[in-house]
Design a protein around this ligand. Structure first.
Ligand code: NAD
Length: 484
């Protein structure tokens, strides 16, 4: 059975403990590889390599740094199909999604930051009449930690690593132990691309062991984390007293507000996608759907009809709209929410069950599920389920729609469907979310700030925001003599 390796100091090596963790193919429910169960000692090894590499890497010219990142992007592009197959197998997502979204986006992340680093500047402030000028240097932090989740494995892993490296840092990165494969393949690509030894180190293992060791390391001064809100809270408790820089991209429970004046067909098509893409395992999925009362019954019927057309099946098949959810434990968690629905005066309109797929009987397949809720205060609407489950509920007017949308601890994204520009503007201003989409969903421009408010996180990724996070501003104030 294949054993993945850590990538430390430019080499692929086994964990010091020689302990391994089973890695599952969720489409079959079977172990198909093993990953290193790394510990504190492996993090220390990675840290020493990164620390040694930092002086040279942080002093490479922008052109050189950009060239290495472009090499990585171009090799990823060449190996796109292999990476997509690996991602789909490791995560359970449809191969088409990995081919069209996940891996192309990872390529874009490296390309984007290869270019962005050459355009990144800082401010100068001239104090006119005082013969003083202030300018700000943006220094790389040193060795930084990047920790990512399982839902969009390489997409989110590279979204952190690329800007961290572009800004001149050396990185210790930990992918999710549930989806480690493409991070491992990326190690091979980095070696081929000529990334100097120790600049990027990828350490595999459990969150509470190797992840915790990264967060606790006294000399790793910045942590960029994407994952669950509870983990983020725990991480902040560890890192904050050590005065580390923290970027936390956490959970969401995003409202999808549908007004009667919207482009109905476009809304319906996109709402099916924003509900069930990637088996609903995208932090940006619109899992709470609120519909204006006058079109509620029509929407309900049409949405059920369209959802029933979705094919759940083996991820590698072109006909599969949904693949498997990521793990047995996650499937059971999602099912427990569904099974609790009736206790919350909620009604399952379609779906709600595990599916057995021929020749893949042990795989973790779930029906796309729509639940009608009678209150936004129920557990189904207040907690992140992170599976192919959405709730629907009517609203009377814009005021009530806004109130329902904001009545939640999370604040990652929101979607509004309306043709009324004034309403779109009013809601864009007042919705409590880091990202608002109007008449679209998951429409991304990598230059824009990405992140959430409330319990959905702290800080922003994307564009120059990430380069600002991964650098420390140092202001220099010079007083000069005006007379020669
Ligand atoms: P998770 O919090 O369980 O794990 C995320 C990562 O943190 C994994 O690599 C894990 O090993 C690591 N980890 C766990 N405990 C740790 C610890 N004590 N110290 C350091 N690292 C630790 O999340 P998950 O289940 O992998 O991912 C799903 C969650 O991620 C959902 O809540 C989803 O909304 C969120 N998410 C958020 C965004 C966003 O941009 N806001 C994007 C994708 C996913």
């Amino acid at each position: 059975m294949q054993q993945l390796q850590n990538y430390i100091n430019g080499e692929l090596i086994s964990p010091l403990s020689s302990e391994w963790i089973d890695n599952f193919d969720p489409s079959k429910g079977e172990v198909y590889s093993q990953i290193p169960r790394s510990k504190k000692e492996d993090v220390e090894l990675a840290f020493e390599a990164a620390k040694k590499a930092f002086p040279a890497w942080s002093n490479t010219t922008l052109e050189e740094r950009s060239k290495v990142l472009l090499n990585i992007a171009s090799l990823l592009q060449q190996k796109l199909v292999d990476f997509a197959k690996a991602e789909s197998k490791d995560n359970g997502k449809p191969l088409a999604l990995a081919l069209n979204i996940d891996i192309p986006r990872a390529v874009s992340n490296f390309k984007f930051y290869a270019h962005a680093l050459t355009q990144f500047g800082s401010e100068a402030h001239e104090s006119v009449g005082k013969n003083t000028i202030n300018f700000t240097l943006r220094k790389p932090i040193g060795v930084v930690g990047c920790i990512s989740p399982w839902n969009l494995p390489l997409y989110l892993f590279s979204w952190k690593i690329a800007p961290a490296l572009a800004a001149g840092n050396c990185v210790i990165a930990k992918p999710s132990e549930i989806t480690p494969m493409t991070a491992y393949l990326l190690s091979e690509v980095c070696i081929e691309a000529g990334l100097p030894n120790g600049v990027l180190n990828i350490v595999h293992g459990l969150g509470n062991e190797v992840g915790q060791a990264i967060v606790e390391h006294p000399q790793i001064k910045a942590i960029s984390f994407t994952g669950g809100t509870k983990t983020g809270e725990h991480l902040a408790r560890t890192a904050s007293p050590m005065f580390k820089k923290l970027s936390l991209e956490l959970g969401g429970k995003n409202p999808n507000l549908i007004f009667a004046d919207c482009d109905y067909d476009e809304m319906l098509k996109t709402t099916v996608r924003s509900s069930f893409a990637n088996q609903g395992q995208i932090c940006l999925c619109g899992s709470r759907i609120f519909v204006e009362a006058s079109i509620y019954e029509k929407f309900k019927d049409d949405f059920i009809t369209e959802t029933k057309k979705l094919q759940v099946g083996v991820p590698s098949k072109a006909s599969s709209d949904l693949g498997a959810v990521v793990s047995k434990a996650h499937m059971e968690k999602v099912l427990s929410y569904i099974n609790n629905a009736e206790k919350q005066e909620a009604k399952i309109l379609t779906g709600g069950k595990r599916i057995t797929v021929k020749d893949h009987e042990k795989g973790y397949y779930l029906e796309p599920t729509i639940i009608e809720v009678s209150s936004n205060r129920c557990q189904l609407n207040q907690e992140e389920i992170f599976g192919p489950v959405v709730t629907i509920m009517p609203f009377k007017n814009e005021e009530e729609a806004l109130e329902l949308a904001n009545d939640v601890h999370y604040g990652l994204s929101a979607t509004v469907w309306t043709s009324n520009l004034d309403r779109a503007m009013r809601l864009s201003n007042t919705l409590e979310a880091g990202i608002v989409w109007v008449n679209t969903w998951l429409n991304r421009d990598l230059r824009t700030p990405f992140g959430g408010i409330k319990d959905s996180g702290v800080g922003r990724e994307g564009g120059f925001e990430a380069l600002r996070f991964f650098t420390e501003p140092k202001n220099v104030c010079i007083q000069y003599n005006a007379r020669s």
